[in-house]
Design a protein around this ligand. Structure first.
Ligand code: ADP
Ligand code: MG
Ligand code: ZN
Length: 200
């Protein structure tokens, strides 16, 4: 496999995969390398994600990098002025205009790295991610370790009180007592009401 970033101008690269697959770690790794190369780097995240320190992106293993929490795409584009490289973590939580925002930055000569969940807990494409993936020059789909069988996991299981969350639950639940596991397709559960899943 050969992946060659463009020699001139900007571009869009996307890192996707389920929870725990190392998207944030990979984002931080790429941005640190750019920093070492003397480039002006800024990492953004949506304000919705307040699991950890508001000012930082923190990976599940504790790797962290300071970030700017933004309320939307307009704020992101405005703050990206003067940057060479821009990271957008948890990109699935942005509104659909993140696609045009990312492309505008890339057209303007910036390297744009977007990381996010490609699928929600139902395994459906998550928010603006399909469009970002389609329009990117470079794409990486990372795998986690399946919490059940130890195999390669490509999906995220939402659990409520240890049981699979219902299919018709909200896609984004902020501050809820849900927990999540990375699962392979075979271990991803159809939930208590599997008829509802099959019908949907
Ligand atoms: P993401 O941003 O994709 O959710 P992170 O970069 O925050 O992922 O965290 C990745 C790290 O999470 C791994 O390097 C590993 O230390 C830890 N981890 C915890 N559970 C798992 C799992 N089931 N599979 C892989 N890594 C896991
Ligand atoms: Mg992450
Ligand atoms: Zn499995």
């Amino acid at each position: 496999m050969i992946r060659v970033p463009p020699r001139r101008g900007g571009w869009l690269e996307v890192v996707c995969g389920p929870m725990f697959s190392g998207k944030s770690e990979e984002m931080i790794r790429r941005l640190r390398r750019a920093e070492i190369a003397g480039q002006r780097v800024l990492l953004f995240k949506p304000r919705i994600d307040d699991r950890y320190d508001l000012a930082d992106v923190v990976s599940h293993a504790g790797v962290r990098m300071s970030a700017v929490a933004v309320d939307g795409c307009a704020e992101l584009v405005a703050r990206a002025r003067g940057c060479d490289v821009v990271g957008i973590d948890e990109a699935q939580f942005f509104e659909s205009s993140i696609v045009d925002a990312a492309l505008a930055l890339a057209d303007g000569g910036l390297r744009v790295i977007a990381a996010g969940l490609d699928q929600d807990f139902r395994r459906l494409p998550f928010g603006p991610m399909p469009e970002l993936l389609a329009r990117a020059e470079l794409v990486d789909k990372l795998q986690a370790v399946c919490h059940r069988c130890g195999g390669p996991a490509t999906t995220t299981q939402r659990l409520v009180d240890g049981r699979p969350a219902p299919y018709d639950g909200e896609t984004i639940v902020v501050g809820a007592l849900d927990s999540y596991e990375a699962r392979c397709r075979d271990c991803h559960s159809a939930g208590q009401d599997s008829a509802a899943w099959m019908a949907a």
